[in-house]
Design a protein around this ligand. Sequence first.
Ligand SMILES: Nc1ncnc2c1ncn2[C@@H]1O[C@H](COP(=O)(O)OP(=O)(O)OP(=O)(O)O)[C@@H](O)[C@H]1O
Ligand SMILES: [Mg+2]
Length: 418
Amino acid sequence: MAPKTDHLIGLLLGAEDDWPTAFEALARRLGVIRTADGADHRVTTERLSIEPFNLRDRPRQDLVIDRLAHWYYHPREWLKKVSLMDDVYLLNSPFTFQSMEKHSAYCALMRLGMHVPDTVLVPYKNPVDNARWAYTSRRYNKQFDLAAIADELGYPMFMKPFDGGAWRGVSMIKDREALHQAYDDSGEMLMHLQKAVDGFEVFARSLTIGPETMTMKFQPDEPMHNRYAVAHGFLAEETGREVVTIAQTVNAFFRWEFNSCEMLVKDGGVYPIDYANACPDVAVTSLHYYFPWAMKALLRWSVFCTVTGRRARTQVDTDPWFAVADDESLDYRDKLTAYQGLADEHFDSERYWEFCATSLPHVDEMVHEWIGSDEFRKMLQTTIHQTYPTHEWEKFEGHFGGLLQLWLTDEQHRLSGA
Ligand SMILES: Nc1ncnc2c1ncn2[C@@H]1O[C@H](COP(=O)(O)OP(=O)(O)OP(=O)(O)O)[C@@H](O)[C@H]1O
Ligand SMILES: [Mg+2]
C-alpha cells in the first residue's frame, strides 16, 4: 500500500471557538507539504460530533486534538477506542490523563528529584456514599489530628483537590481556624495539603506542545486578560532551562503532548506546583501576545505527527526515568540533563526541528501574515464580543489588538533577523 498522503486532523471541542477557528484557518493555508523523500502531503481539519459508534467502526482521522474528554466521557471512550484499535494519534491520551492526575504527577516528580513542596493527602471529610462504608470505617478508618499534620507542614499552606483544575476547591490557609473551615468545606472532595512557596519571585507558566515550550511570566492575582505578562528574559538562563526541562519531563514521562506546567521560582530554586492540565487554556483572550506561537506549535506538531506517521506511545514507561532518578552518583543538575535527553528522545526533537525547517519553512511567514489579516481581526472581535459585556468591547479591542500588534512588530524583527 502506498504511504498515506492525505491526513485528517479531528478537533474534539467544548465551548471554545477562537483557537479552533485560528487553527482551521492556518491549516487551510498550509498547502502541500513536501517531505524529505519527495512525497507531497495534504492536511485537512474537521470538528468532531458526538454520536453512537460501533466499536468496530473505522475512523477517518489520523490525529485528534481533544478538549472535551476530561469532563465528557462518551467521546473519551471513543478516543480510547480509536487509539487502541486504529492507531489514531491523540493530544492528549486519556489513558494517562484519566489515571495519572495531579496527585500522580506530584509523586512522579518527587521521585525524579524535583522540588515539589511537601504535600499530604488527607482522607475525605465526608465519606463516600456507599453502604459498605460503615463497616470499613469502624474497622479501618483511623482518627487523625489535622492540626498536627498542618503544624508539621507549616503555615501558610494550600488545600486543594488531588485531581484539581480551574481553582475548584483551592484555598490558601494561614491558621488553624482556616484549616478546619476549609476541611469542613471540602465535603466529598479528596484534598491535598501542600506547603506554600511563600514570597516567590516569579510564577513561571510553561505551555508545552510536543517538543516546543513557551515559558511565560504569570500573574495569578490579575484578571484573566492580564495574567500573562509580556516579558522576556525574566529568568536567569540556567533557571529558564530548568523550567523547560521540568515541563518537558512531565510531558514525556506521562506521554502528554499539550499541557501547561506551573512553577514558582524563589531564591533561585524552581518549585513545580501544578502540571497536569488535560486542556490547557489557549484562548486568545488569555494568551494574546503568545497566541500566535501556540497556534503555530499546535499546527507544526500535529502536522509532524501525521505526515511522518509518528506512532503514539500511550503507556507510561517509567524505567529509564527512574534509572536516572535512583542513580546516586548523579546530582540534581546531572539528572536534569539526563531527563532533557530522555524528553528529546521521546519527542524526537531533532527530527522535529529538521522537519519544521525543511517541510514547513513557510509557516512563520504564513502565521505572521494571517495574524495581520482582516480575517484574524474579525475572529478577535467576535471572540471579544462573546466574552465581555458590550461596554467593555472597545477597551478590550484596544487591549488585545495592541498586544497582537506588538507581536507582529516583534515577529517582523525576528524574521528579518534584526
Ligand atoms: N504550594 C503552593 N505555593 C504557592 N502557591 C500555590 C501553591 N499551590 C497552589 N498555589 C496557588 O493556587 C493556585 C491554584 O492552585 P493549583 O494550580 O494547584 O490549582 P488548579 O485548580 O489547578 O488551578 P488552575 O486551574 O488555575 O491552574 C496556583 O495558581 C497558585 O497561585
Ligand atoms: Mg494551576
